[in-house]
Write a protein of this length. Structure first.
Length: 170
């Protein structure tokens, strides 16, 4: 009995090695299938169209060890096509599941956010809700978020510079 370069024992029947490889391939594909990707197109979906944003931002700049900001955004949008996924541009925020609220206008029906994720490659925030948003209706999405500032020049950041006196400032 010889060993194949892949470490699969060769037992005289080539079908055994092929079966082993197919099972291994299936396990690899199955392991990745647990990660749900609701949207990965390079363009935002056209299922809903935002028409108004209210943004509140509170910066923490007093102490360099706590540089950061907190905020809330309220986005009003119209649904062109029924969907249970809301996709918007966002990058590196801290968001808690309980800090995302979605309401239908006029009825004030609340939608439960079942999960959310970031597509870091495309800078998307993807929000999944418990039931479909209805076509032709208006909705309001409220998100509370926060982020620490850094020197990497992405999002909110700070720079270190020297004054005429030679002291460093942030």
């Amino acid at each position: 009995m010889s060993i194949c370069p892949s470490g699969v024992p060769r037992v005289g029947r080539p079908n055994v090695a092929i079966s082993y490889l197919l099972i291994l391939l299936g396990l690899c594909l199955g392991a990745d299938a647990g990660k749900t990707t609701y949207y990965d197109s390079p363009r935002l979906p056209t299922t809903l169209v935002p028409f108004h944003y209210d943004l509140k931002l509170l910066t923490r700049l007093e102490n360099s060890s706590t540089f950061g900001y907190e905020g809330a955004v309220n986005i009003s949008f119209f649904v062109h096509k029924s969907t249970d996924v809301v996709v918007l541009h966002a990058n590196d925020f801290s968001i808690k599941l309980g800090k995302i609220r979605l309401l239908e206008w006029n009825t004030l029906n609340k939608y439960e956010v079942t999960e959310f994720s970031f597509n870091r490659k495309l800078d998307y925030l993807i929000i999944k809700v418990d039931s479909y948003l209805k076509e032709g209706r208006y909705y309001s999405l409220n998100i509370e978020f926060g982020r620490r500032m850094s020197e990497n020049r992405r999002g909110g950041y700070f720079l270190v510079y020297s004054t005429d006196v030679g002291s460093q400032q942030k």
